[in-house]
Design a protein. Structure first.
Lengths: 257, 257
DNA sequence: GGATGTCATATTGTCGACAATCCATCGGCC
DNA sequence: GGCCGATGGATTGTCGACAATATGACATCC
């Protein structure tokens, strides 16, 4: 049954499964990197043939990669019209952060109940490495540590569907952080201090306080993000076609009913 | 926002975009139908060649359909090992409902602020049609109306990413409702009454009360679901590989939240 | 001059074949 | 007899070619 594996490998529990990477995953990584770093600009049309020629692979993995990115919300896929890099409008930022506030509250609540000592020590380690990254003035590393910390909180919640929702937000958060840190690299902020405090509050099983902390943390991050935020690209207002029009099936994943 | 388009087509706003359906959408519909109605059992391995032969299409649209269903959480896709119909374990039900409670609270809050009169009237219509379906003793129609009502609440929230999260839950909810209604068709419940009351509370902009109502509504639905719930298939519990990793000593989520 | 119908082009959707990978079975070895 | 490595069959991942569709330009008509 299910317990047969865990019985025999109880001491190997710390091991994490090696991800089976296929070509489409690799392609998705390259594309994601190009989008979050801004090499692919919002509104840009990604052509399957172009990408497949540049990466020297067939169109199939490129197509699958587009589906993954569409799923993460980095590109909008419309039937017979391909993938378009989505924008960074103020509404997008607001959507991401309002949703994130809801999701991460649940994540913190669950993580307090379910996090293992290993989870907590890894969270502490990530929180401790942020000041180093700040000292090195590395916006990239700083953003990666920030996202990795929150990712671990979601993982500690042991809730696969919640984690899947977070996956749809994570790339956006990373893009926001990277964009902001590159434009205005203010590393002297309180972000990483709040991380450390949050871990200890979670470790102390103080749910009420932890929820208030994560709420304040995200609100602060949101405020820092929109402060002095200029639309990176507003000369074409149709970059977010789903904003005004009643078009609930932008990427048409559900389709149903 | 982007009101440029709506200026010229103000009278055409009532029109809804025609969905561009391709083969993979059709295939996904057939497969989804087979899964939610139980014709495809949990744990069953869906082979691309088999499906493509049965539906007389190529493997490509079947493959895309698998990706869609995997995205919705109806099947688990593992690299080089194909798609497996996911289970209906008690933990799955708990995951869906804890996440749903978070998402739908946000949806109701936003919908109160953003719902148009047309949204509200459509919600009223759906709520009113549920007693008719109950009178007809149609479990299928009853479940469809239930899901359609909540779907409209999410649409009224005007939050694309929130709606995308709901998409990952919707098929599960429908499957739960259908399974339960077919096994125990208790139509004399309070579900549809609560729908009507929720609409009016939302129309009155009473956010606090509406949030409490949706919380109670979902909690009641969850309780009705797990009451007398028998695991339809628990001889292979490895359908959720992430779950059994830790001890289930503290599987109660936030306690009495 | 503006709107409408037609057509060419570019791009995506679908197909069948080949290659890579996984799983089960079998055989050899200690 | 049980454990380990090799082999075969089945299944998915990738590829290149063809078909279907949306888009934009052009010509035509009012």
């Amino acid at each position: 049954m299910t317990s047969t594996v865990s019985d025999d490998f109880s001491e190997a529990k710390a091991l994490t499964a090696v991800p089976h990477r296929v070509l489409s995953d690799e392609v998705a990584d390259r594309l994601r990197e190009a989008i979050v770093t801004g090499r692919f600009k919002p509104g840009q049309h990604l052509r399957e043939a172009e990408i497949s020629a540049a990466l020297q692979v067939s169109r199939s993995p490129v197509r699958d990669a587009f589906a993954q990115l569409g799923h993460e919300g980095l590109v909008a896929i419309r039937s017979h019209r391909g993938a378009i890099v989505v924008g960074l409008t103020a509404q997008d930022v607001e959507e991401v952060y309002t949703l994130r506030a809801s999701l991460e509250s649940l994540a913190v609540r669950l993580a307090i109940a379910r996090a293992t000592p290993e989870d907590l020590s890894r969270l502490r380690e990530l929180a401790n490495r942020m000041p180093e990254a700040a000292a090195r003035l590395s916006p990239r590393e700083y953003a990666e540590l920030d996202v990795a910390f929150h990712d671990l909180v979601y993982q500690a919640a042991r809730h696969d569907r919640l984690y899947a929702c977070w996956t749809m937000l994570r790339s956006h958060i990373f893009r926001f952080l990277l964009t902001r840190n590159l434009v205005n690299p203010d590393f002297s902020e309180v972000g990483h201090r709040e991380h450390g405090e949050l871990v200890e509050t979670m470790a102390a099983h103080d749910t009420e306080r932890a929820l208030e902390m994560i709420r304040a943390h995200l609100e602060g991050a949101y405020a820092r993000l929109i402060k002095g935020y200029v639309e990176p690209l507003d000369h074409r207002g149709d970059t977010t076609p789903h904003s005004s029009g009643t078009d609930p099936t932008t990427d048409a994943p559900g389709g149903g009913d």
